[in-house]
Design a protein around this ligand. Structure first.
Ligand code: OAD
Length: 264
């Protein structure tokens, strides 16, 4: 079940950096298996608003309702049209946005490492647009819909919407193909992410406040199974205590530094 948990702040034991040092780049270069968890922060420099940050409170509300109510299984059950309106509003914010150097750096990392997986909580599709392929979308994708009758998923890019997209397999009513509060993650995707995390040499935690579970349990699992944890975020987070290295900075500036000046 998809829930928010705020851990009490534990002391940061890790190394805190403000740029990628040669030592950190050497550690990166020598990894055999890299797994990355991203959150809204990786898309911030593309213009996507984050949910939290700057003090940790929920920042988003729309028509006076918090996101936890708008993106909820309860609202879908009682007012599916309003859920579509909310996601259509968000699609309107996203439709002109493009990936930033952080997304492109991650796509480049995938080309350089034999074993690479990108696990994202983002539904904005920007990792795919940037070229990432081994991508686990834990919370779904805002540009897809799912049929409420036959469960087919299909691409639905029209925005603004005149009405909820009809399923093109059976004509049934649809819902956004995203995970709502109170719902389980899509079948199998989290298990595959866990499997990848448990084999990682380095596990990156990038642009996430790490308070939404089960996504935030992945770095804990990776740490338990021997990975080094590297966090990239302009602020310390609930998961910083676990990190071996925290690089304080913007994803779009820090991620390219891992490969800058390096040939394939
Ligand atoms: P949050 O909004 O909770 O956290 C965003 C994080 O990104 C914060 O820790 C910021 O400090 C950091 N940040 C901001 N700008 C950044 C930048 N340029 N580079 C790197 N980091 C930056 O977003 P998530 O952790 O992704 O689910 O939130 C998790 C889930 O909560 C989301 O998937 C969403 C929400 O409920 C759904 O709505 C389905």
């Amino acid at each position: 079940m998809y829930v928010i948990v705020t851990l009490s702040k534990l002391p940061q034991m890790s190394k805190v950096l403000r740029e990628v040092t040669d030592e950190l780049r050497r550690m990166f270069d020598s990894a055999r298996s890299i797994v990355v968890l991203t959150g809204a922060g990786v898309s911030a420099e593309s213009g996507v608003p984050t949910f939290r940050g700057g003090g940790g409170s929920e920042m988003w509300s729309w028509r006076g309702r918090p996101i936890t109510e708008l993106s909820s299984a309860e609202l879908l059950a009682t007012d599916p049209a309003l859920v579509w309106e909310w996601f259509d509003y968000r699609r309107g914010l996203l439709k002109e946005l493009t990936p930033n150097p952080g997304h492109f750096a991650l796509a480049e990392w995938e080309r350089r490492f034999e074993s690479f997986a990108l696990v994202t909580q983002n539904i904005d599709d920007l990792h795919r647009v940037a070229g990432s392929m081994n991508l686990f979308e834990l919370h779904g994708n805002i540009w897809r819909a799912r049929c409420l009758r036959c469960a087919s998923t299909f691409e639905a890019r029209e925005t603004p919407l005149e009405s909820a997209p009809a399923c093109f397999v059976c004509g049934g009513a649809s819902r956004p193909d995203v995970v709502l509060f109170g719902e389980m993650l899509p079948e199998g995707v989290f298990e595959r992410a866990e499997e990848a995390a448990s084999r990682a040499d380095i596990f990156f935690v990038i642009g996430t406040s790490a308070v939404v579970y089960p996504a935030a349990s992945l770095p804990i699992l990776a740490k338990q199974t021997g990975a080094k944890i590297i966090e990239v975020n302009p602020e310390q987070t609930d998961i910083s205590f676990l990190a071996d290295v925290t690089v304080l900075g913007l994803a779009g500036e820090i991620l390219p530094q891992f490969i800058s000046g390096r040939a394939h």
